[in-house]
Design a protein around this ligand. Structure first.
Ligand code: CMP
Length: 140
């Protein structure tokens, strides 16, 4: 049983510091499989669409600027309860509140430059995966 899927982004603050492999190690040791992965430079249109639920937030412009400032690695992760498991593996959005050993505790610089994104529900995972991958790109 392959489990369920979630969508992940390794953010520009992490790729800039050459931490893709280090983040992937925490993901894999956390019990998730990387079943699709691609390094891209997001366009403003992609970032604005991806974060459209946050469009009215005061940090929206800053968020889009940051997510388009350098390469990101978009990923599909698979495992038992993948959405919840990856949220545990990432730690809290604010690195100051993130538990020891989590991606954000280990690597994040701030609440904005927080190294990783993960979906917040199975429904959003499916929507987010479909924005960047087709089923043929995913090998579980
Ligand atoms: P993410 O999981 O990618 O989803 C929305 C992102 O908005 C979140 O991670 C944070 O990186 C970012 N974010 C949340 N709150 C703030 C904030 N107060 N200032 C800047 N960015 C924020």
């Amino acid at each position: 049983m392959a489990g369920t899927r979630t969508f992940s982004i390794i953010k520009p603050d992490a790729t800039e510091r050459n931490l893709t492999g280090a983040v992937n190690k925490v993901i894999e040791e956390g019990g998730l499989r990387i079943v699709a992965q691609r390094r891209i430079k997001m366009t403003r249109e992609q970032a604005e669409r991806f974060y459209s639920v946050h469009a009215e937030r005061p940090f929206f412009g800053e968020l889009v600027d940051f997510m388009t400032s350098g390469p990101v690695v978009v990923q599909v992760l698979e495992g038992e309860n993948a959405v919840a498991r990856y949220r545990d593996v990432m730690g809290a959005t604010n690195p100051e509140e993130a538990a020891e050993g989590t991606i954000r505790a280990l690597f994040a610089k701030s609440i904005g430059e927080n190294s990783a994104h993960g979906s917040d529900s199975d429904e959003n995972a499916a929507i987010e995966i479909a924005q960047f991958f087709s089923e043929a790109d995913i090998a579980g």
